[in-house]
Design a protein around this ligand. Structure first.
Ligand code: 13P
Length: 248
């Protein structure tokens, strides 16, 4: 079970450290079935890592990664820093696809780099480019493009985040999430012969609705934005995730 916290660009480095300290002091160690991954902004990453480093169930991730490790790219985090300080990297978030024009190909290159650096990529997909005839065609294109680059490696995660659920307070319909997760698994299986890939849901997840997503067949975790920004709201989500009904 994965609980991922995407802090985006919402916190100062001081607030990030305070939040990490709060999580550190209040996280109880019985949450053995859960892997928590915190994605702070690049400036806060090191400070947050040093606070949470001794908690084995907490990992650290970067919110983006390089397309290749050798060419110069102003504004990019260095490959060596990424591999030294992170375990995970978030790729292809819909905000980056929409605002920065990140393409499937760019996400695929970043996923390849991430794997070569020993990181676990979390590849975000949306239905954005789907059509009325085939609402899943956008997701299919996003999944197909990554496959060639990463089929030889073992571990990556897919996060399904419908754009109209992100930051709106209106989460997606659970039936729709269940169907989409099932479709994602079928597509991954058709592409690479195995559907054994963790699929996560993200978009207005909170302590009240998290169980309705975690209990869905085919959903292995959640990617949380706004509600991961305070100790109370985030740890309530973690606590719910450890409910026996959500154990899979
Ligand atoms: P919210 O939980 O604030 O809707 O954000 C979701 C998200 O974008 C996580 O990556």
């Amino acid at each position: 079970m994965y609980i991922l916290a995407n802090w985006k660009n919402k916190l100062s480095s001081e607030s990030s450290k305070r939040l990490a300290e709060g999580i550190y002091s209040r996280l109880v160690h019985q949450y053995l079935n859960i892997e928590i991954v915190i994605f702070p902004d690049d400036i806060s990453l090191l400070g947050v890592k040093s606070i949470l480093d001794s908690l084995s169930i907490v990992k650290i991730g970067a919110q983006d990664g390089p397309m290749d490790k050798t060419s110069s790219l102003t504004g990019s985090i260095s490959a060596s820093n990424l591999s030294k300080f992170c375990d995970y990297v978030l790729l292809g978030h819909s905000e980056r696809r929409a605002i920065l024009g990140e393409t499937n190909e760019m996400v695929a290159l970043k996923a390849t780099e991430a794997i070569e650096l020993g990181l676990v990529p979390v590849i975000c997909v949306t239905k954005g480019n789907g059509t009325a005839f085939d609402p899943y065609s956008g997701i299919k294109a996003q999944l197909e493009s990554i496959h060639d680059h990463i089929r030889r490696q073992g571990k990556y995660l897919i996060a399904y985040e419908p754009t109209d659920a992100i930051g709106t307070g209106i989460s997606a319909d659970t039936e729709e999430v269940k169907n989409t997760a099932e479709t994602i698994r079928k597509m991954v299986s058709a592409i690479q012969g195995s559907s054994d890939i963790p699929v996560l849901y993200g978009g207005s997840v909170n302590a009240k609705n998290v169980s309705s997503f975690l209990s869905l067949e085919g959903i292995d975790g959640v990617l949380v934005g706004g509600e991961s920004l305070t100790v109370d709201s985030f740890l309530k989500i973690v606590k719910k995730a450890s409910d026996p009904q959500n154990l899979k």
